[in-house]
Design a protein around this ligand. Structure first.
Ligand code: CP
Length: 355
């Protein structure tokens, strides 16, 4: 057992700047818990790696080379909250790299039903596998898992695939990767005006995206939400501390013509305490076909998905609709992240894509 001086209650309260060094084991991304763990250099490395994995996957020789890389590793996908694309993209990302997967999605089929704690469940996964990819409603659980496993001699890696209302760091990776691709010939993400629309209070994708955006210069954020679903005070303080320009409004329509990115999100009513979402007219935060004429010709429309009515399906055929590409990018960037966590980036970048 490794010596780890902090008890969980103490560790939890440490500022991110202090605790981030405790997450470093085999490399600085042994435990991917927060979007703030990614700096610009690491993002660029991951984007290049994702591009390369995508390229290699186009032919059998390349795909076979990738599948040999981590064929000695096993992953558990522990998703106790619902998911379609995060689960499937991680599942397929593991398989692209040859990692064998097991999964636990439904608590009723596990020993949690017999009273086992989530912590003991995680320790059990760690007995059998090398990587735990986890989505849970408890905001603290992925971080606590990394605290627990940090004490073990054998390194079992953790990826937070969504922690309650708090964070969705790998969503922010695929969001930034998508913007990077979209603005490749337009001076990149720097200097862009990005609207984030919807439930900014409880949306973990929105929160993690704001943390990632810190890595880019001269961004203007337009935060568009119902009054009762504005960003939390700590996010506002983060924006001010990092001198990121932002405005807060509830007016979608009159801001559309200013945006390079319109990032729509769903109301997170699964976190309602007393059906409070029912009181909100969310239709003012829906993108309709009639809005398209107001949007810049080279802007992009994004959504972490799943959607309800935030983006009318008629918009799907517009060339500015990037959300289905964004979803697919999730698989490539998650494969890149896992490869990076296992130190495979040089090997992959040296593979010959022409084979
Ligand atoms: N974006 C996202 O997290 O989607 P899922 O809930 O389907 O995984």
């Amino acid at each position: 057992m490794r010596d780890f001086k902090y008890k969980w209650e103490e560790f939890k309260k440490l500022p991110f700047g202090t605790k981030k060094k405790f997450f470093i084991r085999e490399n600085e991304l042994s435990y991917v818990i927060f979007a703030q763990q990614f700096d610009r250099k690491k993002l660029q490395e991951l984007f290049a790696l994702a591009d390369k994995i995508r390229e290699l996957s186009k032919n059998k020789a390349g795909a076979d080379s990738l599948q040999n890389l981590l064929s000695h590793k096993r992953a558990t996908l522990f998703f106790s909250q619902p998911s379609t694309r995060t689960f499937k993209s991680f599942y397929n990302a593991c398989h692209i790299l040859g990692i064998k997967t097991t999964e636990l999605r439904d608590g009723t089929s596990s020993s949690q039903k017999k009273g086992e704690s989530p912590e003991d469940t995680i320790l059990t996964f760690a007995s059998y596998t090398d990587l735990i990819i986890m989505r849970n409603s408890e905001e603290w659980l992925a971080e606590k898992a990394s605290w627990l496993l940090n004490k073990k001699n054998r390194v079992v890696k953790i990826i937070n695939a969504g922690s309650g209302k708090d964070q969705h760091p790998t969503q922010s990776l695929l969001d930034a990767y998508t913007m990077e691709i979209a603005f490749k010939d337009k001076k990149g993400i720097d200097g862009k005006t990005i609207a984030i629309v919807g439930d900014l209070k409880r949306g973990r994708a929105a929160r993690s995206l704001i943390y990632i955006i810190k890595n880019y210069k001269n961004i203007k954020l337009i935060l568009i939400s119902p009054n009762s679903l504005k960003i939390e005070p700590d996010v506002r303080a983060f924006l001010k501390r990092n001198k990121i320009k932002f405005t807060e409004t509830s007016d979608l329509k009159s801001n559309l013509n200013k945006c390079d990115v319109i990032y729509m999100t769903r109301i997170q009513d699964e976190y309602d305490v007393n059906n409070e979402s029912k009181e909100i007219d969310y239709s003012a935060f829906h993108l309709k076909k009639s809005h398209l004429r107001l949007i810049k010709k080279d802007a992009i429309i994004m959504h972490p998905l799943p959607r309800r009515d935030e983006i009318n399906i008629e918009i799907d055929d517009d060339k500015r609709a990037w959300y289905w590409k964004q979803e697919r990018n999730g698989m490539w960037i998650r494969a890149a992240l896992i490869a990076y966590m296992y130190g495979m980036q040089k090997e992959i970048m040296n593979f010959n894509s022409e084979l």
